[in-house]
Ligand binder design. Structure first.
Ligand code: PBG
Length: 323
């Protein structure tokens, strides 16, 4: 056969036809913007390794949420930077702690903005691990109770979704149980189900001052080389009551997003993490990559792989481009 009878280029010939055969359209309706709330008043401190992102005091975060909401972004994911840290992470489950206080202020000012709260201890423990330590390792079962208490405090403050990111075994069940028995049976859990021990979290740890003082997170977060284990982790979280599951990071883990999406019938969230943001932003700042097109392409590809929701530090910039 000499001639190409089928010519894929026919359907790429002009903008109109390209748009009509487009399979994946990015939309603002499923972007989530992460925010870092810190103590104080009128604080707006830029995070060095994440230009354009800030540690914000509550008054500032409320301002920011006005902006986020008016851009059409439907949800924020909140991380807290507490005033004090200790070995048990007590400020994480203090009802007057930084996150519950911020949730109350945001929900008062922007009732329609969905507030998702990250539940973990690493930002609240003086050793920087995601749970309590026993003989140098995180004690899984002793941590569950503290995570559950943290989740309850967030729900009571008005959090719309609870997002545990600690990677302890059994934490979704522990959180589901405490929420159900306290009148929050309608509060969904977005679990960081397949969370890898990734070097791409570096800038976040500056933002949240949550780097472990000693050791690493490899005894609770997953090995980047593992795929089947992600399927097992997701299955467990769904069994325990997770409503939405997350894969994290996003771009280096598109195969995981794809498999999870194919094998389960729950919504899938993907987190384009701090290191993904930082590396692209560095290239944008140097003029090495085009900002608009790399942001839109990266988010479109994460969606194409199967992500229903995308958590991204580019949400505000993307919103401006998508309007
Ligand atoms: C807390 C947590 C981390 C991130 C989200 N929740 C850091 C970590 O596990 O060390 C990373 C997010 C990012 O890099 O943007 N456990």
């Amino acid at each position: 056969m000499q001639k190409p009878y089928y010519r894929p280029r026919r359907l790429r010939a002009n903008k109109t036809i390209r748009s009509m055969v487009c399979e994946t359209r990015l939309s603002l309706t499923n972007l989530i913007y992460p925010l870092f709330v810190c103590p104080g008043k009128t604080v707006k401190r830029e995070i060095t390794s994440m230009p354009g992102n800030f540690n914000l005091s509550i008054d500032q975060i409320v301002e920011e949420c006005h902006q986020v909401s008016s851009l059409g972004i439907p949800a924020v994911l909140l991380f807290g930077i507490p005033t004090s840290k200790d070995k048990m992470g007590a400020s994480a489950y203090d009802e007057n702690g930084i996150v519950p206080s911020a949730v109350r202020a945001i929900k008062l000012a922007e009732p329609h903005l969905l507030v998702i709260t990250d539940v973990c201890l690493c930002g609240y423990t003086d050793h920087g691990h995601c749970g309590v330590l026993h003989n140098g390792d995180v004690d899984n079962d002793a941590t569950l109770d503290l995570l559950a208490k943290t989740a309850l405090v967030h729900a009571r403050a008005g959090a719309d979704l609870i997002a545990p990111s600690d990677m302890m075994d059994g934490r979704v069940a522990a959180i589901r149980e405490i929420l159900d028995s306290s009148g929050f049976e309608q509060t969904p859990i977005l679990s960081y189900a397949a969370k890898y021990a990734s070097a791409f979290y570096g800038p976040f740890r500056e933002a949240a001052s949550s780097a472990p003082k000693a050791g690493d997170r490899k005894s609770y977060q997953m090995d980047p080389g593992n795929q089947r284990e992600a399927i097992r982790e997701v299955a467990l979280d769904i069994e325990e009551g997770a409503d939405i599951i997350m894969v994290k990071p996003a771009m280096p883990y598109l195969d995981i997003i794809f498999r999870v999406k194919s094998e389960f019938s729950v919504p899938v969230a993907a987190y384009q993490v701090s290191g993904e943001y930082a590396s692209l932003t560095a290239a944008h700042k140097n003029g090495w990559l085009d900002q608009k097109n790399t942001i839109i392409e990266s988010l479109t590809c994460i969606k194409r792989a199967g992500a229903d929701w995308i958590i991204t530090y580019f949400a505000k910039i993307a919103a401006q481009y998508l309007r």
